[in-house]
Design a protein around this ligand. Structure first.
Ligand code: APR
Length: 233
């Protein structure tokens, strides 16, 4: 396959599994242990801010002991070697893509290593715990900091950038995402409308598998490097 001029890649939790980070909807996934309504909605946060802050503190702390895997590194290699346009859109809030060297990267669901101030809207890098007493470095307000993670019912980040890239895509690749959550689950249709070839890499059959021209089944650490080798010829 010739390397398409414009490539858009969407990743989900499945690409980070082999680095030791749980998915959400697998049998022992995060939402099997925590009700998403309590931990990933503005209402859940309003009900129990300290409990929600601690849930994300634990996940942020865990980032200090995980490393990117061969799938993350392969995507960074593809970005570096690809001559045309390239955008990596991740639903993940971990920092493994940037740790592997990815730069043309959009975190559409935000990042664990970022804090958002509900008083002034500041978004800033934040690697420590966020507590109900944390102070905003911009406006000085105390008790208004929350994880800079997009919750259900909130608007994902950089949607204009993403749809512009999808409108020009010649190749769209979805890796390790179950296709349950919108708008990300709809990106493959956008790409098809632009005439892109669409490929899905996953361990299992997914919700929107039929929307893809090609499906490659297997673990991301095997399938992603192999696909990148194929694309770079
Ligand atoms: N290699 C490839 N795919 C894998 C692997 C692996 N080693 N292990 C699991 N998968 C696949 C699963 O088959 C599943 O399709 O990864 C997918 C994970 O799906 P989800 O747990 O639903 O994660 P994701 O699709 O990223 O969820 C999207 O939902 O809760 C919200 O904001 C959260 O960003 C998240 C969004």
């Amino acid at each position: 396959m010739h390397t398409a001029r414009s490539i858009v890649i969407l990743t989900g939790a499945g690409i980070s599994v082999e680095s030791g980070i749980s998915t959400f909807r697998d049998r022992n996934g995060i939402w099997a242990k925590h009700d998403w309504r309590d931990y990933a909605t503005p209402e859940g946060y309003e009900r129990h801010p300290a409990r929600v802050l601690e849930f994300y503190n634990q996940r942020r702390r865990a980032l200090k002991s995980v490393q990117p895997n061969q799938a993350h590194h392969a995507l960074a290699r593809l970005e570096g070697a690809h001559k045309g346009e390239f955008l990596l859109v991740t639903q993940n809030v971990d920092d493994l893509h940037e740790s592997a060297g990815s730069r043309k990267l959009v975190h559409m669901h935000g990042e664990l290593n970022s804090a958002l101030c509900r008083a002034c809207g500041m978004r800033a890098p934040w690697r420590d715990d966020i507590t109900v007493n944390s102070q905003c470095k911009s406006c000085g307000a105390t008790g208004f900091l929350r994880p800079d993670v997009v919750w259900f019912g909130e608007m994902p980040y950089q949607m204009e950038t993403i749809y512009r890239a999808l409108g020009k895509a010649e190749l769209f690749i979805a890796i390790g995402t179950s296709g349950h959550v919108y708008p990300a689950a709809q990106f493959v249709e956008e790409a098809r409308l632009s005439g892109a070839r669409t490929i899905e890499l996953n361990l299992d059959e997914t919700e929107n598998a039929d929307a893809f021209d090609e499906r490659i089944t297997g673990r991301a650490t095997e399938t992603v490097p192999a696909l990148v080798d194929r694309l770079l010829g």
